[in-house]
Design a protein around this ligand. Sequence first.
Ligand SMILES: Nc1ncnc2c1ncn2[C@@H]1O[C@H](COP(=O)(O)OP(=O)(O)OP(=O)(O)O)[C@@H](O)[C@H]1O
Ligand SMILES: [Mg+2]
Length: 499
Amino acid sequence: MSQPFLSMTNIQKSFNKINVLNNVNFEVEKGEVHALMGGNGAGKSTLMKILTGVYTSDGGTITIDGKEVQLNNPNDASAAGVSMIFQEFSLVPKLTVAQNIYLHREPRNRFGFIDDKKMIEDSQKILNELDLHFSPTDYVEDISVGFWQMTEIAKAISNDTKILIMDEPTSTLTQSETEVLFQMIEKLKASGITIIYISHRMDEIFRVCDRITVLRNGTNVVTDYCKNMNMEEVINHIVGGKLKKAFEWEERQVNRSGAPLLKVENLKAGTRVENASFQLYRGEILGVAGLMGSGRSEMARALFGIDKIDEGEITINEQKVTIQNPQDAIRQGIALVPEDRRVQGLILGHSVKENMILPILSKVSKNGFIQEKRANEIVNDYVKKLNVKTDHIFKQISLLSGGNQQKVVLSKWLANDPDILILDEPTSGVDIGAKSEIIELIREIAESGKAVIVISSEMTELLAISDRILIMKNGVVTDSIERREIATEEDVERAIQNV
Ligand SMILES: Nc1ncnc2c1ncn2[C@@H]1O[C@H](COP(=O)(O)OP(=O)(O)OP(=O)(O)O)[C@@H](O)[C@H]1O
Ligand SMILES: [Mg+2]
């Protein structure tokens, strides 16, 4: 076989003497979509940060298109045709789409000024090419998060990218947006662009990728064509054995005879939540399905007092309540694990422990002093339960892998033991092993007489966990379907699309 388009050979990387990549080999052919897989902390992002010049490796070689390259900084990588869409977006919300696409390389006119007209025209061409229906002059902060990513892709394309790395591109996308992304991937592939695709969602990997490379603890486990493997084999490679718990729905008994724990009537908040009414009972896990922009996250934010409630009534335990800020919500026993938790859920300069105990300070304090031993116990317990990969609980949270940061935010609210737990995309970015653990934890919480609202774009997850599913469309709760009446994912899809 001829030389691969990209070869990374014997790549080594340590942080503070802890080995993160151990003689990793990674080869990708031109125009292929190659999945890079592995559990949280396996080393995927680190390997890709080496390919994009964000980190320098401690050893090994990289060749692109037959030439050995030195990628000492992001400019080197960009010159070699490598672009990456990061797990954390790199767009500037206060700038327009066009300004973001051409950030730091704006076209200039002959007087040396930024040529806005050309920038907008060129951006429009790329948006047209990619069949994207938003405007180059839209401000990024005004377009939906799903479009942010499309803007990132447009930015990469405009920069003559040969190798495009996507790190969990669908974690913020809905099913239909994911479809748009997949079509885009087909187009990019057809034009000869090589794609490295990182995701924890098995079904997508089999849908879009030609080959898979699995890493575990910073070493190669397998590289093969998708068609030579089935999902279970890939999962086994990732977790290094069988998955402990299955991803299957278990019918649960929910007693809805008494008064509901939470009753929401005609809730209206901002422009995204028009009219939401529903009831939530103790012991219940209520799923919420809808397209991006349907107002699911905004409904959650309003219930947690982040967004202002304009109209409607909220009743908890038969008492009417007023929620004007998160403190009010917490006092009423509500907790929200937000969707964009990296921004909203963590203090990046603080340790795993500090982040985790923040909402439970009063529970672990005595006479104003934190009981360190008790706090450490709780933190270590969750680290173990969710398999958070960290050297120790005092490690700075920003140095954990993306998925492990997610697990910390989740634990901090689980530890808080709220009556009503609202989870917005709880397993986004989390590996397959931890996903099943999280589903199990959510069930335990419901079993203990609490109630859980789960917003998820991952239909398999929603169906595995929900007792009942609310359908939201254009800010309105349009339906509520018993889980046992749902036979397939398509049933829910249809309800989402056709109301
Ligand atoms: N700058 C750093 N300092 C110390 N440790 C680091 C640093 N960057 C990464 N690590 C560690 O390297 C390991 C691999 O992290 P990496 O981000 O590559 O994982 P990943 O495979 O991308 O995981 P995920 O699926 O969660 O995104 C993790 O244990 C992480 O804590
Ligand atoms: Mg990562």
